[in-house]
Design a protein. Structure first.
Length: 312
């Protein structure tokens, strides 16, 4: 679904895509490290009933009301998932699929019943429809995330890689995880308005996955992920603004996917081309060392033979 672009709309859309790319890239780093991609997808579907309720409740489409209802629905979905995992024998993937499908179905039923205005933007993504209030909220969330996560980067890294060791260190792992889930839910709700419920995971996961091809350092991964997210978001908006009736959300997702493919091919750490060149260089080095070894053995053998000849 597309919205006609004006100069003001393009400016707002570019700023929104830039901010969205940065905050999704930063949070997405920890989503990928903690292997939470499917959890993010579950949250994006679980918040739909809350979004519908917020839009139906607030006739003026107050973003704080919509966000509050959506976060409440996301918390309920997360608690439901936790209860299923703790009290049943279902595996995590099955529990995620169950919660995702049930909450999303409930949200679709609410849409059919209540028919709130503006819900299509959250289903399909309409970054051009983001208004001043939405932009202020997105800016505030981006600034908050951009200040908080770098300050807690070392702690988040320890908790992400080794929760058991974090508990031994006395870190409040439970509260850190609760805070991360709440922040992730807020960002997902805001991102849904730009790219839609289905593609929001692409903006979270793809930039961070691309960055991992380029570096093994977590801080550098986060920085590159922000750059890739912002670049992909702005590229998608720019292409969509050129006309042709192409929707912005899918173009943003395709843009970050293009960056992912480029990183998968040419990323310094584990890209296909650098890996191939390193292997070729390694084979050449091994062959060279093997030749030197054989030449040395040959010289040594010839020296022994000449010594034996002189002795006889």
């Amino acid at each position: 679904m597309t919205v006609a672009f004006t100069v003001a709309a393009v400016s707002s859309a570019v700023i929104a895509a830039l901010l969205l790319g940065v905050v999704c890239g930063l949070l997405g780093t920890f989503v990928v490290v903690r292997r939470m991609a499917l959890t993010g997808d579950m949250i994006s579907h679980a918040v739909l009933p809350g979004i519908v309720a917020g839009l139906a409740w607030s006739t003026t489409r107050n973003p704080l009301v919509v966000l509050g209802c959506a976060v409440a629905a996301g918390v309920i979905g997360t608690l439901t998932l936790t209860a299923i995992l703790q009290h049943t024998k279902l595996k995590a993937d099955a529990a995620l699929a169950l919660v995702l499908s049930v909450f999303f179905a409930f949200g679709i039923a609410m849409i059919s019943r209540l028919q709130p205005a503006g819900v299509q933007a959250f289903l399909y993504g309409q970054v051009a429809a983001i208004d001043r209030n939405d932009l202020i909220l997105l800016t505030a969330v981006t600034l908050f995330t951009g200040i908080l996560l770098p300050l807690l980067f070392r702690v988040m890294g320890i908790v992400s890689f080794d929760p058991a060791f974090s508990r031994l260190m006395g870190l409040p792992v439970k509260w850190i995880e609760i805070g991360f889930f709440l922040l992730l839910t807020i960002v997902i709700v805001i991102a849904m308005q730009a790219v839609g419920v289905v593609l929001v995971t692409a903006m979270l996961v793809t930039p961070a996955a691309a960055a991992k091809f380029c570096t093994a350092s977590l801080p550098k991964t986060a920085l590159l992920s922000c750059v890739f997210g912002a670049l992909g978001g702005v590229t998608g908006v720019t292409i969509s603004a050129q006309g042709g009736g192409l929707p912005t959300g899918p173009l943003m997702a395709l843009s970050v996917t293009g960056l992912f493919l480029a990183a998968a091919l040419f990323g310094k750490r584990s890209g296909w081309v650098p890996t191939l060149l390193r292997r070729k260089h390694e084979r050449t080095r091994i062959v060279g060392e093997d030749m030197l070894k054989r030449l040395w053995q040959r010289e040594e053998m010839m020296g022994r033979n000449s010594a034996v000849g002189r002795a006889t």
